[in-house]
Design a binder for this molecule. Sequence first.
Ligand SMILES: C[S@@+](CC[C@H](N)C(=O)[O-])C[C@H]1O[C@@H](n2cnc3c(N)ncnc32)[C@H](O)[C@@H]1O
Length: 424
Amino acid sequence: MGTRPMGTRGNGSAVPPRQRVCAVGKGLPVPWPRRERLEEEQLLDGRYQLQQLPGGRVALPVLEEKLSQMWLCSQPRVPRWLSAPRWVRDSRVCLPCSHPWSCPHFTHLERLGKGQQGVTALFPPLELHISHISWHGCLAGPALWETVASALGARRVARRGRVMAGGLRSPSVTLLLGQDGWVEHVDNGIRYTFDVTKCMFSPGNITEKLRVASLPCSGEVLVDLYAGIGYFTLPFLVHGGAAFVHACEWNSHALEALHRTLLLNRVRDRCHIHAGDNRQLELRDVADRVNLGLIPSSEEGWPVACRVLKKDTGGVLHIHHNVETPPVRAPLLPAEGGSPGAAGSAGEMQHPTEDGGKEELRARLRPEWQRWAEGTAARIQTLLAELHGRPWHTSILHIEAVKSYAPHVHHLVLDLECRPVLPV
Ligand SMILES: C[S@@+](CC[C@H](N)C(=O)[O-])C[C@H]1O[C@@H](n2cnc3c(N)ncnc32)[C@H](O)[C@@H]1O
């Protein structure tokens, strides 16, 4: 092979259009499937020659009738980069992009955790391409996923879609190999268990989970209005030392995961799960702290949060919200203290400590965030005053930037202290 002019058969005639191109890779020798292996197993179609393709790639012709044998890929035939993944931070794997077989569609996959069936590999939403092999559909099926799983040391394989729009925040994950999607994920010493095909997990919220875990809520009663699988309920109970949490959730799959996660971490006895729409919650006058972890907005939960706060002493609300922030053109506010006057009547701004780079700090001081926080503080103050028929005071304790979404949308958390104004 390789000596005849490109695009011709051995007898010099043109390559027929139905030629099966089996393996395509950059440069020679082709690492996978190895040309020698294809020859050894007589899979190559000797009537055609190897072809150079645009981008320095090479195509190997295989016999159409032998294509099904490609199902039998055993470990040695799996590309080297696939069998030796490099796990990097946040339990994500980055396959070496410089490798000739790297594929932009297959640069990241998640190792989600161990379930009863071992490690689960979760692929990104994009279609999986292995080394640009042109499969013609012949490899799609259990054999492919078994090969991928064995190369990655996983027992199950799933493909992740986008979180579906709607209040349930359902993921669209398809299990490609394995019996069920239940996994266990350990994060900051907390064991979360959930079904990846039914519940979403937000690794992007890790900074907020860590912050919540360090909040001084020892002995407090908390209400988590959007508990999900317990992303915040668990840190409050396990690390924050909360005395009791009322966790609200309406998604039956998340409820099951939350129940199991509480049991796993031995804190089930300190949590009451309220199944259903939190806007119908009967609970009143119990909370020292309320978590409103819903984006893009938790505004529908504000009246509920006001009702559950202790009416005589008040407490703190953690209000999540996505705020649109135009791109920064010029330096905005001084790094220290921001604009003290901007806090307004609803409360005083206390800027977060600098734990990121300069860029991040600048981003943390956006006036739009301050305006949103002030508007929210004023609104909650009014809601509380109307509810209890007497004045309340709200003050902005902190604004946390959790993460940003392109273009220019930031997920913020406002820590808002709410206290009844005591008669003098
Ligand atoms: C974004 S998830 C929460 C996840 C977690 N707080 C976080 O930020 O990682 C929001 C959860 O709130 C639940 N939810 C939304 N609206 C609700 C409502 N009105 N009553 C009860 N649960 C609700 C959804 O089912 C979902 O599990």
